[in-house]
Design a protein around this ligand. Structure first.
Ligand code: ADP
Ligand code: MG
Length: 351
């Protein structure tokens, strides 16, 4: 059995997938991250058929005829639309597998949000299998992120990761190869975009799309006042005249827009810290808390978190790719990391 497994493994691709609420990244052995696209699927509502996946589907948001709808199958960190998730996963697995040009079907590690239920985990497992994966393994995203940034996850001392994505912020404490405590907050990048849309409507009386709001957030969003204020022009539709209008917004406007949500996020993090056992807290004190995910790039968020938590806070290098890199490291050094997986291909159920 073992011999056969090793034989297959030496002639097949290893594929790692970060199935994020906002972005899906795919790692391919020997190549690194080969796919990095939004987790968006465009569906024809009339026929139920999928029209586009990934970047192409995201471009369609707000630009499609009424019957074509762009959906994000993993909103809020849960598999809200299983069939669409399945097709998206199959599309990415096959796309990456073709790039690798190997004889046998691939071995796949999929990162899933830590709040996911066993039923959903099973669904992701089945989806990857039906997409043609020979072996499928599931890992919780905060664990993959911790491995991606090379935290010592096997040690008996605790580490804390805060992964701020699109749909959710996952706070996890890791020790002895397991997630010993975690909390998933429905407060992350998407909510900030929505706040910015509301702010434009209420304060400037213009309507802007979510995509524009996200661009503004990335350009001038900050959690703290900046030494040099920044501004950016924004185009939207005037709610009174119905015609296009341009306004110039500053970091201070956007801060006002996103502050209430940032407070909720910070409070959530604080609660997890308050519930962490003192021994582990002292480990984390020494090592610091690491931020990953795209949302960690909001200017000054690390500094506010540091003030509130009284802990050293670091933003990971390349926070958007930490989970995908983690799946790659797991595949590369499988014997070392197989105990961090929540399911392995021989034995379900999980956990
Ligand atoms: P997920 O894991 O849920 O797919 P990601 O880790 O890919 O999420 O992060 C996506 C989120 O990060 C989006 O809400 C996006 O707007 C936000 N984001 C990306 N870059 C930045 C940035 N420079 N500043 C602020 N937010 C950012
Ligand atoms: Mg993520």
């Amino acid at each position: 059995m073992k011999f056969l497994q090793n034989f297959y493994r030496s002639f097949s691709n290893d594929i790692g997938i970060d199935l994020g609420t906002a972005n899906t990244l795919v790692y391919l052995s020997g190549k690194g991250i080969v796919i990095n696209e939004p987790s968006v699927v465009a569906v024809n509502q009339k026929t139920g058929q999928i029209v586009a996946i990934g970047a192409e589907a995201k471009k369609m948001i707000g630009r499609t005829p009424g019957h074509i709808k762009a959906v994000r199958p993993l909103v809020e960190g849960v598999v809200s639309d299983f069939e669409v998730t399945e097709e998206m996963l199959a599309y990415y697995i096959n796309k990456a597998d073709k790039m690798g040009k190997k004889m046998f079907r691939p071995r796949v590690v999929v990162g899933v949000p830590s709040g996911i239920t066993n039923v959903e985990t099973r669904a992701v497992y089945d989806a990857a299998k039906s997409a043609g994966a020979r072996e499928v393994y599931i890992v919780e995203e905060p664990m993959a992120a911790a491995i991606g940034i090379r935290l010592p996850v096997h040690d008996a001392s605790g580490s804390m990761i805060i992964d701020i994505g699109g749909g959710t912020t996952d706070v996890a404490v890791i020790s002895l190869a397991g997630v010993i405590q975690s909390k998933s907050l429905n407060m992350a990048g998407d909510k900030l975009n929505a706040d910015i849309v509301s702010y434009f409507r209420d304060e400037f009386k213009i309507l802007v799309g979510e995509k524009t709001a996200e661009e503004v957030k990335i350009k001038v969003g900050s959690a703290l006042p900046l030494e040099e204020p920044i501004e950016t022009p924004v185009r939207g539709r005037d709610l009174v005249t119905g015609l296009p209008r341009e306004v110039v917004v500053t970091d201070s406007d956007i801060r006002e827009a996103i502050m209430p949500s940032l407070k909720v996020l910070i409070d959530g993090v604080r609660q997890v810290i308050e519930n962490t056992p003192p021994e582990i807290l002292s480990d984390i004190m020494g090592r610091g808390i690491v931020l990953t995910g795209g949302g960690s790039l909001i200017r000054g968020l690390d500094i506010i978190l540091q003030k509130v938590s009284k802990m050293p806070i670091y933003v990971a290098e390349e926070p958007l790719t930490a989970v995908a890199r983690g799946t790659g490291i797991i595949l590369q050094d499988f014997e070392k990391y197989k105990d961090v997986l929540v399911s392995n291909d021989d034995e379900l159920p999980l956990r």
